[in-house]
Write a protein that binds this ligand. Structure first.
Ligand code: DX5
Ligand code: ZN
Length: 229
């Protein structure tokens, strides 16, 4: 799966629906309804790093046979280095860790790569880009949160727009613009997706805006807008 991801990266704008807002009693059908999307965004929450608990590696393993889509796993957990192997064994393609949750961020990113997964690093809205300055050349993706992580359906924090622009400049200056994906997550809807794309994001996460209605239709509408760029 990682090879597919590498081929797709930076080849356009990718949609990564967050199944946090899906109906868990019929997860198989919900996954089928987003089959036209590029990735599946899987939010793992531990009730410690964020004030909510979602699901863990057994659920990832359970849904892995249902789709060939890339599993984009957003680990909102303290010291994720402890669980990387479990998620890899469950079928992760990309493991994204929060800089705020890792005592040794560089070591954690190396551990993700050693497992054969792609490595992402996420930043909360208030965390400055400086936190990832010295690992930028080691990651495959940077995720900028546009809500405080923990829940779906929250309002978009517009301060992420200048932050996305600053990140794009940083990547350009470091010669990494074609190598590192930029994902944005939280409060993205059909009416603001253009603003995050124009600010520099190329992987778009949307949860409630997709599963809050007819998911397949919403995926199509997002993809149509994104295809225009
Ligand atoms: C928030 C999660 C998000 C969330 C997005 O902590 O990381 O992925 O599910 O949901 P919406 O799109 O509803 O903000
Ligand atoms: Zn997420």
């Amino acid at each position: 799966m990682v090879a597919d991801y590498k081929n797709k990266r930076k080849s356009g704008y990718m949609l990564s629906p967050s199944i946090l807002s899906a109906d868990f009693s019929r997860l198989g059908e919900e996954l089928a309804s987003i089959s036209a999307a590029d990735y599946v965004h899987i939010d793992v929450m531990d009730g410690a790093f964020v004030p909510n608990i979602s699901y863990g590696a057994p659920v990832v393993k359970g849904i892995r046979p249902l789709t060939e889509q890339i599993f984009d796993i957003h680990l909102m957990i303290e010291e994720p280095i402890r669980y990387l192997e479990d998620f890899k064994n469950a079928g992760a393609d990309l493991l994204c860790v929060h800089s705020e949750a890792c005592r040794h961020l560089d070591r954690t990113i190396t551990a993700v790569h050693e497992l054969g997964c792609l490595a992402g690093v996420a930043l909360n809205p208030s965390t400055p880009l400086d936190a990832i300055k010295w690992v930028l050349d080691k990651v495959d993706m940077v995720l900028l949160m546009s809500v405080n992580p923990g829940f779906g359906g929250q309002a978009f924090i517009p301060e992420v727009l200048p932050k996305l622009k600053e990140l794009s400049i940083m990547l350009e200056e470091r010669g990494l613009a074609d190598k590192v994906d930029v994902e944005v997550d939280g409060g993205i809807r059909l009416d603001n997706v253009v603003s995050v794309i124009e600010a520099g994001a190329n992987v778009i996460v949307a949860g409630s805006a997709i599963f809050g209605g007819e998911a397949s239709k919403n995926v199509e509408e997002f993809k149509n807008i994104m295809a225009g760029y």
